[in-house]
Design a protein around this ligand. Structure first.
Ligand code: 13P
Ligand code: ZN
Length: 276
């Protein structure tokens, strides 16, 4: 089977294009990775080049040793993924130590995987452990409204979670574990990857202040839907704050507790604080 005929590649390309259409991927902004299933790698093995040289990941992810990933290329534009997937994307395999990768498919005009590969792989490694392998998708997008909020809200998990939960009734059901925030850091390296993956032990969403968002999920629908829900909620908050600085009415802590019962979700009490 050809890589581009597989369901996972088609789902990946559709998601990249959906993100582009949302306006979250100016130029080469954002990146996407998918941890392939064994049978998915086997199905395309004839198309995978196993002869290219190994390159340093820049961090160590031993629990992902030998795994294959479909990832966006560094400097590649999401806008082009749909029309030029073989130029924009690559399949990489990790070595037996989880310290190096090699390109097995794609990037036909040269290049390397996303500069955020350390963050993607460290997040995948954490999620492999905490979800028992269920999560396969890590998505980074430059979501306009969430970025705007990082200039005006305190950079605290509790504040972002509570404010975004209040903006739409479904939000606590979609992200009951809340939202985490990383203060501004230099992107692309191991340090920000360590900070983000530490938060991914507890959360599926990590905001990078003045930069964007990382989401983790089981499949393309869940992960895109999560990014979309958080960003839409942020858009409502930006609109609300643009009209006036305070709210006349909102969803109260007790309303959230009532919702949690009916929707069978656990909402941590640390997000249901009384506001001064
Ligand atoms: P890449 O083009 O290397 O994926 O970088 C884009 C980005 O969003 C960096 O945070
Ligand atoms: Zn970015």
């Amino acid at each position: 089977m050809k890589v581009l005929e597989t369901e996972f590649a088609r789902g990946f390309i559709r998601m990249a294009n959906d993100g582009w259409e949302q306006g979250w991927h100016e130029r080469n902004g954002g990146n996407l990775s998918y941890r392939m299933k064994k049978e998915e790698a086997e199905a395309v093995i004839e198309e995978l080049d196993q002869t290219r040289s190994w390159q340093e990941i820049g961090t160590s992810v031993p629990k992902l040793a030998g795994e294959y990933f479909l990832v966006t290329g560094s400097g590649k534009f999401f806008r082009n993924v749909k029309d030029r997937p073989e130029d924009s994307l690559c399949i990489i395999q990790l070595d037996e130590q989880g310290e190096k990768y090699r390109i097995c498919w794609g990037l036909v005009n040269g290049g390397r995987p996303t500069s955020e590969l350390p963050s993607h792989l460290m997040n995948h490694e954490v999620k492999l452990e905490v979800t028992g392998g269920k999560h396969r998708v890590i998505y980074h997008a430059h979501t306009t409204n969430v970025i705007a909020l990082t200039f005006v809200l305190p950079l605290k998990d509790e504040v972002f979670t509570r404010e975004l939960w209040e903006m739409a009734t479904e939000c606590p059901v979609v992200f009951p574990d809340g939202i985490s925030v990383v203060g501004w850091m230099v992107p692309g390296g191991r340090e920000i990857a360590v900070a983000t993956s530490e938060l991914m032990k507890k959360y599926d969403v990590a905001i990078w202040a003045h930069h964007g968002m990382f989401c983790s999920g089981e499949d393309f629908d869940q992960t895109f839907g999560l990014m979309h829900t958080v960003e839409k909620s942020a858009e409502i908050l930006v609109k609300t704050l643009s009209m006036r600085p305070d709210k006349l009415q909102t969803i109260t802590p007790q309303s959230f507790r009532d919702l949690a019962v009916d929707f069978h979700v656990e909402l941590p009490e640390r997000f249901l604080y009384e506001k001064k």
